[in-house]
Design a binder for this molecule. Structure first.
Ligand code: 1CP
Length: 351
């Protein structure tokens, strides 16, 4: 069955649909009472590993907010199941045994995501069936650097000193780890595509942890390899799926990020969207970039900031409206709905 609402996929492919498509990073989650109700009964990992429940929370924001795309409910770190690396969520991720030494790295398994993380592929199928082609489904993974950062730091980090120690003291080993991760993530995303996702997003949430020179040398080549491997894959009987690359943290590295041949460049909220478009080029499709904190403000402010972002986006080839990072758990769902409705209302002629 063809998808009914194609505005998101049309924009990803460089067209300007009648209404600007919109979805929110982290749109399924703790700001929604219906999500909290399910989380009272099951742990986060059980939720990720139970396809019917993952599908239920994936559809929740589509029902409540009327967004133009759904994103698979999962986490960037479940891919560690293909590597024999344990991870706990309380609620942020924690690794009981972070990977730091040569011996740790040599002990890593580079498994088969289709099998070892088969519950994600089953969740994709359950989501597609629950969505019944109302809107497209986005699959995702972490970028090699963000994923490797969690592996080495063992959780979130302020200064990323363990990652930098390995990167600067053992650059060859670090490069090999990044290359292996990039290949694993490519197989993981291709598995999601073959299971049915309509687009994929690569989250480089910690790209801003390194300076531009180190980003260019140690990080970006592996991100580009991942984007290229995924874009080279054409699922049987379907069009190639668009790839969105979202690298957070540093407007200074945006020009470098834009070298990646992603169909859509995600923009974080640290730069105004018109300035970001100057950097990435008017021939690119952009996604973003309302500060998620704006949704904690009053309704009039939300509306005016949404309109300002829509006006800025006119300089791009096409635009997918989104936040400039994940929605805060303290957001009033009514404010998220107002954001979506204001995007859909668009700008009046000449505004
Ligand atoms: O208690 C709970 O319910 C757990 C909270 C939670 C949730 C709802 C975590 C733990 N992960 C998720 C879901 C999740 N994670 C999604 C769901 C789909 C959607 O968008 O609706 C997605 C896309 C992610 C991706 C993710 N996980 C990223 C990249 C995006 C970003 O926000 O930068 C990162 C960095 C993670 C790691 C992670 N997992 C969980 C948390 C709280 C974090 C981040 C913070 C940290 O490092 O402590």
């Amino acid at each position: 069955m063809p998808i009914h609402n194609t505005s998101f996929l049309d924009a990803c492919r460089g067209q300007r649909p009648a209404r600007t498509p919109v979805w929110l990073m982290r749109q399924a989650g703790r700001y929604l009472p219906e999500y909290r109700a399910i989380r009272k009964k099951v742990s986060f990992l059980e939720l990720c590993r139970t396809p019917e429940l993952a599908a239920e929370v994936t559809v929740q924001p589509v029902d409540r907010l009327g967004v133009d795309a759904a994103i698979l409910f999962s986490d960037i770190l479940v891919v560690f199941d293909a590597m024999g690396v344990a991870v706990e969520f309380n609620p942020g991720p924690q690794l009981p045994s972070p990977v730091r030494t040569n011996a740790d790295i040599e002990a890593l398994r580079w498994g088969d995501p289709g099998e070892d993380v088969g519950y994600v592929m089953n969740a994709v199928r359950a989501c597609k069936s629950a969505l019944a082609d109302r809107v497209p489904l986005i699959g995702f993974c972490g970028a090699p650097f963000t994923t490797v950062s969690y592996l080495i730091e063992g959780g979130g980090s302020r200064d990323f000193l363990e990652v930098k120690k390995l990167m600067f003291c053992e650059p060859v080993m670090f490069g090999q780890l990044m290359a292996n991760m990039s290949e694993l993530l490519a197989r993981y995303l291709i598995g999601q595509i073959d299971a049915g996702v309509d687009a994929v997003q690569i989250f480089d949430s910690w790209a801003g942890a390194v300076g531009p020179r180190d980003y260019e040398t140690h990080v970006l080549p592996h991100t580009i390899a991942l984007v290229e491997a995924v874009r080279a894959h054409t699922p049987a009987g379907r069009d190639p799926v668009p790839v969105i690359l979202f690298a957070r943290g540093n407007a200074n590295t945006l020009a470098l990020t834009a070298r990646a041949p992603a169909d859509v460049i995600g923009i974080d909220w640290s730069i105004e969207l018109d300035a970001a478009i100057e950097v990435v080029g008017h021939d690119r499709v952009v996604q973003g970039n309302l500060d998620p904190g704006v949704l904690l403000g009053p309704p009039e402010l939300i509306q005016s900031r949404v309109r300002a972002t829509l006006a800025d986006a006119r300089a791009a080839k096409a635009h997918v409206f989104n936040l400039g990072h994940g929605i805060s758990r303290f957001t009033d769902p009514e404010h998220a709905k107002l954001m979506v409705d204001t995007v859909h209302a668009g700008l009046s002629e000449g505004a």
